[in-house]
Design a protein around this ligand. Structure first.
Ligand code: UD1
Ligand code: CA
Length: 458
């Protein structure tokens, strides 16, 4: 698309009561400003200019890779913020969309409609308007006797009659870029907040004989601005619902969608079932027929087909087809459960591969370890991978059987089809097919207990 966009993200957001700038606050793992920038890119707008100011060292890293960053050193109002983009857009002549960096619910469809309407009508500006339940705080759309948009009046400048108007400015616009930058020169700060209001551009354009139009947004939620933590939670609820409904429409079952939180970049195949208290975040993907939850949080994790992921926390893990984990498994970065493998209850796995069909069923820690196929790791077994300074590797060959409560002191190898006796502390390699035992030999004192307790009772 030929259009360009400006995203306003320089404000402090004092009502957030935060050391973090408002637009850096996240919803479903994605900063507010990213939701807006991504919506613009989704429309096909390539040239996006992001205006940063307050705490910009925290905002710039979020946007500099795919937008042009402009600094508004002092926050003197929305018109001043747009004026700061004049040089960045000097060679541009066309539809210029202005978006608020604190409105994460805006959709690409709405942005596209704004641009289409302006281009078809040739208007100087099309403003997106809405009818919120409580209009307090928003700029009001003042229409003339003929019903055309005359101007926008801010809450703090409104007369009681104007304050009673219910049609509000959403803060989203599509401008004719030339008309906008000409009009900006005429905006003054002669108002209740001594700020340069972008909204004044509408009246200036109209006075200059250009047409100024409004497009009504059917869904006021789409224009919800985040000014407080309460609104942040509201925005999260709306986005949760929007994302979950899209997945359900595509064939995903959710027992209780209110209790499932899915990030915007998560991919879920058909016939996946998500149980309550499930969080799928980052670049997580879940394959066909898998069941995730309850009480599971997967971040940047890939789950194959037909897996069962029960009460599991996984970060940067890979769970292949037919593998099962939990209840209460913790898969840390680099954990890889191969096809049909199992990480059971109270099992923690880090930077390790559990081969095809291998099982780590109970109470184990497996770190820096390569486990072959068809291996069984007995309950309570642990790879002692850390000597206090360095991490060391363990390998366990195909078909090996490690008895319960084994300490594998790395670096160490257990050969294929070897057996390790329960309760062993293995400090040396166990050869292929051998039995490794590393424990005190059991002794027996005949009749000791009978005599001992007999004497006490006697
Ligand atoms: C603005 C509109 C109001 C509209 C409302 C919708 C103006 C004057 N008013 O009011 O009509 O109903 O949005 O949400 O435009 N910003 C900067 N630099 C500045 C000032 C603001 O980048 O100097 C950014 C803010 O970070 C924010 C956006 O512009 O992302 C809107 O600013 P804000 O102060 O929230 O405007 P509102 O008072 O909400
Ligand atoms: Ca606002």
């Amino acid at each position: 698309m030929e259009a360009a966009a400006i995203v306003l993200a320089a404000g402090a957001g004092t009502r957030m009561k935060s050391k973090k700038p408002k637009v850096a606050h996240e919803v479903l793992g994605k900063p507010l400003v990213r939701w807006v920038v991504d919506a613009a890119h989704e429309v096909g707008i390539e040239h996006v200019v992001c205006v940063v100011g307050h705490a910009r060292e925290q905002v710039i890293p979020l946007v500099e890779h795919d937008t042009q960053v402009v600094v508004q050193a002092e926050q003197r109002g929305t018109a001043d913020a747009v004026a700061a983009c004049k040089d960045a857009l000097a060679g541009f002549d066309g539809s210029l969309v202005v978006l608020s960096g604190d409105c994460p619910l805006i959709t690409s469809d709405t942005i596209r409609s704004l641009v289409d309407m302006r281009e078809k009508s040739g208007a100087a500006v099309v403003v997106l308007t809405m009818q919120p339940e409580d209009p307090f705080g928003y700029g009001r759309i003042v229409r003339d006797g003929g019903g055309s948009v005359a101007r926008i009046v801010e809450q703090k400048d409104a007369t009681p009659e104007e304050a009673a108007l219910t049609e509000c400015n959403s803060g989203f616009y599509c401008f004719d870029s030339q008309a906008l930058f000409q009009a900006l020169d005429q905006v003054s700060s002669n108002n209740a907040q001594s700020e340069f209001y972008l909204t004044d551009v509408l009246e200036i354009c109209r006075t200059a004989g250009r047409s100024v139009l409004a497009m009504r947004c059917d869904d006021p939620d789409e224009c919800l601005g985040v000014n407080s933590r309460i609104q942040l939670a509201e925005a999260a609820k709306h986005l949760q619902r929007r994302i979950n409904q899209a997945h359900m429409a595509a064939g995903v079952t959710m027992t209780d969608p209110d209790q499932v939180w899915i990030g915007p970049d998560v991919v879920i195949d058909q016939d996946v079932e998500l149980l309550p208290q499930t969080f799928l975040l980052g670049t997580t993907r879940v394959g066909e027929d898998s069941v995730v939850g309850p009480n599971s949080r997967l971040t940047d994790t890939v789950v194959g087909r037909g897996c069962v992921v029960d009460e599991t926390v996984a970060v940067e893990a890979c769970i292949d087809d037919g593998a099962t984990c939990g209840p209460r498994a913790y898969l840390r970065p680099g954990a890889h459960l191969c096809e049909g493998a199992k990480a059971g209850t109270h099992v923690e796995i880090k930077k390790s591969t559990v081969g095809k069909g291998s099982k780590v069923p109970h109470l184990s820690y497996i770190g820096d370890c390569t486990i072959g196929e068809g291996v069984n790791i007995g309950a309570g077994s642990i790879t002692c991978n850390y000597d206090g300074v360095h991490k060391h590797a363990t390998t366990i060959g195909d078909g090996a059987f490690v008895g319960s409560d084994t300490m594998l002191v790395a670096p160490v190898n257990v050969g294929a089809h070897a057996v390790v006796g329960a309760g062993s502390t293995i400090t040396r390699d166990v050869s292929e097919g051998a039995l490794g035992l590393g424990r005190a030999r059991q002794t027996e004192i005949p009749d000791w207990a009978t005599k001992h307790f007999g004497a006490q009772k006697g």
